[in-house]
Write a protein that binds this ligand. Structure first.
Ligand code: CP
Ligand code: NVA
Length: 330
């Protein structure tokens, strides 16, 4: 069956079939080829999109802005303090206003229900640029990067280390299940993903030839992995008071040389970024002073190693987001 995503929102990968994800990845490759060849592709000239950010961003915001402009769209950015949304106007009212003016809406914020409400009320495609629960546009970039680097998705041994019940842990588990990868969450039990989501992922994996495993054993969880992935230990929106406990829980799950040596010799290291791999950030320096650790979820050595593909991954955010905008608005 041909894939047609026109008019669809992109809120979480659970809403998309493996065929639809495949279509978006192939479209991303074509947009990447055109961008690198310098071929213009202003195929959405005359359309307008709005980007609503209730949390900060570098990659997601810039990807939507550049992708939108490359496609010929007008792009409006609204930062956390500069709209009425939530404070003086409900999500439903905001959605109905923006839907009259824009052809598509990107939202980054807190609750998944908010991005769902925007989609329910606006009448135009809504794209989830990260909520507390899911980060679906990041998934397309990650899948594209794995395919580019390893030449395949199906059968890849993928290990995620860290907070496995945050937006990245949840999303990667579903993304891997959808595309037939073998997903391992290597994390302390207290940070395992929710049981219901694990069950959903297992059911999906049973159809695609993938698998889902949760383990707290670093040696077992990282052995022969083709991809080692991690994320920051404390996510946006969490209070500073969780740092001490999170460091205690996650220090054993730091991606370091020992972890990479236990993985496949051809393993790649991935991270959605931003990353605390040194003390060259305000938070990195504060944590170093307070807790005496100078690198957190990944060592600087692994981050800067040849196995690290994090900047190719970051670039792919733009190509894949362009595919999502185009496919849903064309
Ligand atoms: N990976 C990611 O979403 O980065 P930003 O927070 O910079 O958008
Ligand atoms: N888990 C991180 C992902 C950042 C892209 C956060 O939500 O802050």
């Amino acid at each position: 069956m041909p894939v047609n995503l026109r008019g669809r929102s992109f809120l979480k990968l659970l809403d998309y079939t493996p065929q639809e994800i495949r279509y978006l990845l192939d479209l991303s490759k074509e947009f990447k080829r055109m961008k690198l060849a310098g071929e213009p592709h202003r195929w959405l000239t005359g359309k307008n999109i709005v980007l609503l950010f209730e949390k900060t961003s570098t990659r997601t915001r810039c990807s939507f802005e550049v992708a939108g402009r490359d496609l010929g769209c007008g792009v409006t950015y609204l930062d956390p303090g500069s709209s009425q949304m939530g404070k003086k106007e409900s999500i439903a009212d905001t959605a109905r206003v923006l839907g009259r003016m824009y052809d598509g809406i990107e939202y980054r914020g807190f609750a998944q229900q908010t991005v769902q409400a925007l989609a329910d009320y606006s009448g135009v495609p809504v794209w989830n640029g990260l909520t507390d629960q899911f980060h679906p546009t990041q998934m397309l970039a990650d899948l594209l990067t794995i395919e580019e680097k390893l030449g395949r998705l199906k059968g890849v041994n993928f290990t995620y280390m860290g907070d496995a019940r945050n937006n990245m842990g949840n999303s990667l588990m579903i993304a891997c299940a959808k595309m037939g990868l073998h997903f391992t969450a290597c994390a302390p039990e207290a940070l395992f993903p929710a049981k219901e989501l694990v069950e959903q992922a297992e059911q999906i994996a049973a159809q695609t030839g993938g698998s889902v495993r949760l383990t707290s054993d670093v040696n077992e969880g990282t052995r022969d992995a083709d991809v080692i992935y991690t994320d920051i230990w404390v996510s946006m929106g969490e209070p500073d008071s969780v740092w001490a406990e999170r460091i205690r829980l996650l220090q054993p799950y730091q991606v370091n040389e020992k972890v990479m040596a236990n993985a496949s010799p051809t393993a790649i290291f991935m991270h959605c970024l931003p990353s605390f791999h040194d003390t060259k950030t305000t938070i990195g320096a504060e944590i170093a002073e307070k807790f005496g650790i100078t690198q957190m979820e990944v060592t600087d050595q692994v981050f800067e190693s040849k196995q690290s593909v994090v900047f190719d991954e970051a670039e792919n955010r733009m190509h894949t987001i362009k595919a999502v905008i185009y496919a849903t608005l064309c």
